[in-house]
Write a protein that binds this ligand. Structure first.
Ligand code: 5GP
Ligand code: ZN
Length: 114
């Protein structure tokens, strides 16, 4: 049985506000936004983390990044700029173990992150 929160969002068992969707990729608004625009992009296929990525998944994750850029252009946040973040494992701050990439925008982001 799959108890993964993000798989449940993919299967529409848990509602989410969708920003981007195609056959392989879903982008939805984060429930606890850390910037005025905060969208989480995931492959619909369950992959636990970047650490678990296989060579056969690299096209999928490359395409996901293209979809992030496309969404940023559609939302007109590309010119001001944005940040894409992946948290991997405990020290990386990962809390949901279905690989995901945060798109953060519409405010000046600090560097380095905490
Ligand atoms: P992580 O900390 O693993 O990098 O990111 C997980 C993200 O998922 C967090 O930013 C958190 O706010 C978000 N999140 C957790 N549960 C839900 C939910 O039920 N719905 C949505 N839309 N986002 C969620
Ligand atoms: Zn999952």
């Amino acid at each position: 049985m799959n108890d993964c929160l993000f798989c449940k969002i993919v299967n529409k068992e848990i509602p989410a506000k969708v920003a981007y969707e195609d056959e392989e990729i879903l982008g939805f608004y984060d429930i606890s936004p850390q910037a005025p625009v905060h969208i989480v992009f995931i492959p619909k296929k369950h992959i636990e983390s970047l650490d678990q990525l296989k060579t056969s998944d690299t096209d999928l994750i490359g395409k996901l990044h293209f979809n992030i850029a496309e969404t940023a252009r559609n939302l007109k946040i590309n010119q001001a700029g944005y940040r894409v973040v992946n948290n991997t494992g405990e020290n990386g701050g990962q809390t949901v173990f279905h690989i995901h990439f945060h798109l953060l925008a519409d405010r000046k982001l600090k560097w380095p992150p905490g």
